[in-house]
Ligand binder design. Structure first.
Ligand code: AHR
Length: 501
């Protein structure tokens, strides 16, 4: 059947821009994200440029990544950066205790990460080790990366890099309530204040300091950090995963029921409420919104693919994940008065990846294509939007009847780019019904429309190494613009990105 929806834009109320950093990515030393995914080393038979895989490098350039977070995650609080500099043959090996006990050779370290950011023309976001590292180690790392002169700069130069890098974002600890040290917020707030003191601004490099924040709804953590350390921070993080729970099965990434799918949509959209609650706490201490909320980990978390290494968090990615990407980005766009960055977890081969690799093969996931279709919103002016559509009652707990949530069947966001183009992105999350969406654009005076669509035959559709192009954007001819009224005929399970002039 066909459903009808109405969308209204409020260009007269437009005042915020969507920071490009909302489209941030995250690369942790975890499974094959770094080793095998981004980095194969200069001597690999896989085509590479200075050790970075060519195929992945090109795909990431096309994505216009604004910021890349590294080296963790949980890994960050066990990482000793000095083990990852200097001649590769002298670098000690290390056990990645967080993620499967894999032994790493430290061939990907500070130089390899910061040079990658330069190649991708993105801002680096470096997570410092507060859990098991010293204040001195942290201070020296900042000096090594950003000072022009001094003992650490000398060491960097000896290791082949003359000029300092530009490093804006640093994280001072990660999940300090959990893998980052199992601390109480009262204790961590003081540690945060202490560690960040010695992260200096060298030679005009201005650090943006981010404190470790809550996982999901830990409002006490946010409250304590705001009360005790707000004057020492530029940002406070928030981690929110679309996950069924932290014990037992998280559900298959590829084999799921319509109920599981609708649960996923509801759970992912609940991030809006989570953001509102943390923002309300932050508003109490920081009504002018100086401290940013940084959603520096988000995305889907399913069971690992059968047959893959335990602890490597390798999961497939279907059209369901694409919807999670689209609906989450819609939410972030709306709260950019407080949210200044978001980093999907993770960039390759881990959780909700953009890219999957296997030996010399690479596939782009449905989530990759959402980021590609949506990147027109980076640094554009957000256009407030109102959606009237059908709602569905869906399960609040995966696989369980009982508590329900209300799920809108249409997701929408819009922005105006600096060159004057208006972009509207729509998601028909309905598995069965098409949706005819009308948008009143009379206030904007647009004359033409063009579009792309990402859709599928089954919601479980995915791209594999054998069939890499099952889910892929195509030209969309279902949008018509007449006398300032836009009509969009969306098939079930479709994401449409429109550009209007
Ligand atoms: O992204 C995977 C892990 O999830 C990160 O290492 C950690 O910060 C979070 O628990």
């Amino acid at each position: 059947a066909q459903k009808d929806s109405q969308v209204r834009l409020f260009p007269d109320q437009a005042k915020q821009s969507i920071p490009k950093e909302i489209y941030g990515q995250f690369a942790e030393h975890l499974g094959t994200c770094i080793y095998g995914g981004l980095w194969v080393g200069e001597n690999s038979t896989i085509p590479n440029t200075g050790g970075y895989r060519n195929d992945v490098l090109q795909a990431l350039k096309d994505l216009k990544i604004p910021v890349l977070r590294w080296p963790g995650g949980c890994f960050a609080d066990e990482y000793h950066w000095m083990d990852g500099i200097g001649p590769k043959e002298n670098r000690p090996r290390m056990v990645n205790n967080n993620w499967g006990g894999t032994v790493e050779d430290n061939s990907f370290g500070t130089h390899e990460f910061l040079n990658l950011c330069e190649l991708l023309e993105c801002e680096p976001y470096v997570s410092m080790n507060v859990g098991s590292g010293t204040v001195q180690e942290t201070a020296q790392w900042v000096e090594y990366m950003t000072a022009e002169d001094g003992p650490m700069a000398k060491l960097r130069k000896q290791n082949g890099r003359e000029k300092p890098w530009r490093v804006k974002y640093i994280g001072v600890g990660n999940e300090s309530w959990g893998c980052g040290g199992n601390m109480r917020p009262e204790y961590y707030a003081d540690l945060y204040r202490r560690y960040q003191t010695y992260c200096r601004n060298y030679n005009g490099n201005r650090l943006f300091k981010i404190a470790s924040g809550s996982g999901e709804y830990d409002l006490h953590w946010t409250e304590t950090m705001m009360k005790q350390a707000r004057n020492q921070m530029d940002g406070l993080s928030l981690h929110y995963y679309t996950v069924a729970g932290w014990s037992g099965s998280k559900g298959s990434a590829t084999d799921f029921t319509p109920e599981d799918y609708y649960w996923t949509m509801g759970k992912c959209l609940d991030i809006e409420n989570c953001i509102k609650e943390h923002s309300a706490v932050m508003d109490k201490y920081d009504p002018k919104k100086r401290v940013a909320l940084m959603v520096d980990e988000w995305g889907t978390w399913w069971d690992e693919e059968p047959g893959t290494v335990r602890g490597h968090l390798y999961q497939q990615n279907t059209m369901r994940d694409a919807f999670v990407a689209a609906l989450s980005l819609n939410v972030f766009h709306k709260y950019t008065d407080r949210i200044k960055m978001a980093n999907i977890a993770q960039i390759a081969n881990v959780l909700q990846s953009m890219i999957l690799t296997k030996d010399d093969k690479m596939v782009l996931t449905p989530s990759y294509y959402v980021f590609q279709m949506y990147n027109v919103h980076q640094d554009a002016t957000y256009l407030p939007i109102e959606v009237q559509c059908e709602n569905k009652q869906v399960r609040a707990r995966m696989g369980q009847d009982g508590e329900q949530r209300t799920l809108p069947m249409l997701g929408a966001t819009a922005s105006k780019a600096q060159d004057g183009a208006v972009h509207i992105s729509l998601s028909n999350v309905d598995l069965e019904n098409s949706n005819e969406v009308t948008v009143d654009l009379s206030d904007l005076g647009m004359k033409s429309v063009a579009g792309r669509i990402l859709t599928c035959k089954a919601i479980t559709d995915k791209n594999t190494f054998e069939q890499p192009d099952v889910v892929k954007p195509a030209d969309f001819k279902g949008a018509k613009l007449k006398n300032g009224k836009l009509t969009v005929k969306m098939p079930p399970m479709s994401i449409v990105a429109l550009e209007l002039w």
